[in-house]
Design a protein around this ligand. Structure first.
Ligand SMILES: C[S@@+](CC[C@H](N)C(=O)[O-])C[C@H]1O[C@@H](n2cnc3c(N)ncnc32)[C@H](O)[C@@H]1O
Length: 230
């Protein structure tokens, strides 16, 4: 039954006008509605959003809760939630349609391929929300704040564009700080290893995803860092 539901969600994805999918990471390209091929690199604003507003990505968006909340809070920005899991993105897509959030879209791809879908300077800001920590050193290059990912982000993030990480994971937090310290082109703008210990410094931090809620129930501390990658 669960598998049938998942398959139904996968097939539903091609009925949403704001969902774009990459099925083959070895030859990255995108399909949109009705599985029609689309070319959005460099054209997200003109061809999809049909405005000239800044683009913000949420990486590892899961069900897209942050993407939706940010989209509702900032109607004058465009938000794209990115995740490889179709059944999770489906939930975000359903809610964006229910809420008429025209400034929200979803991109289903492995984040390792993300630079195939954006032109230099096309993105203004990146959120990374509760990504998998990949604690083992042998998996370091799968952490979304590891050097290899910063090199992908550099290819399309505007100069001065910011990256923001929200996590409960002590190991990811430590590993991220190490990665950032080793890269001379990175400037940390703000960091806080227990954001709910005092009034929030940024209103966007109040949103809580499915994973964040479950971490808070277990008494984990939520950490947040924002930085620029030159
Ligand atoms: C722990 S969940 C967090 C989801 C959501 N941000 C939240 O807070 O509820 C991590 C998500 O990252 C996605 N993910 C991890 N590595 C990824 C990658 N390399 N490419 C695409 N998605 C990835 C997984 O599919 C999963 O949905």
């Amino acid at each position: 039954m669960a598998r049938r539901n998942k398959l139904r969600k996968f097939s539903d994805l091609s009925t949403f006008k704001n969902v774009f999918q990459c099925f083959d990471p070895t030859a990255p390209s995108l399909v949109g509605m009705d599985n029609q091929k689309v070319e959005l690199k460099g054209k997200w604003k003109t061809d999809h959003f049909k405005n000239n507003n800044p683009i913000v990505l949420e990486l590892a968006c899961g069900r897209g809760e942050y993407t939706l909340a940010l989209g509702a809070m900032y109607p004058d920005k465009n938000f794209i939630g990115v995740d490889v899991k179709g059944a999770r993105i489906w939930q975000g897509a359903v809610h964006s349609r229910e809420q008429n959030l025209e400034n929200v879209a979803f991109l289903r791809t492995r984040i390792e391929k993300i630079d195939f879908f954006f032109m230099p300077d096309e993105v203004e800001e990146i959120w990374i929300t509760f990504p998998d920590p990949f604690e083992r050193a042998s998996k370091a290059n799968r952490r979304l704040t590891y050097h290899n990912f910063h090199d992908y982000y550099r290819k399309f993030l505007k100069p001065g564009g910011i990256v923001q990480l929200k996590t409960d994971s002590d190991s990811l937090w430590e590993n991220t700080l190490e990665s950032l310290a080793e890269d001379k082109r990175i400037t940390i703008l703000y960091q806080n290893d227990n954001i709910y210990d005092s009034p929030l410094d940024f209103p966007e931090l109040e949103f809580k995803t499915y994973y964040e809620k479950s971490h808070l129930e277990k008494g984990r501390l939520i950490k947040y860092i924002r930085y620029t990658i030159h």
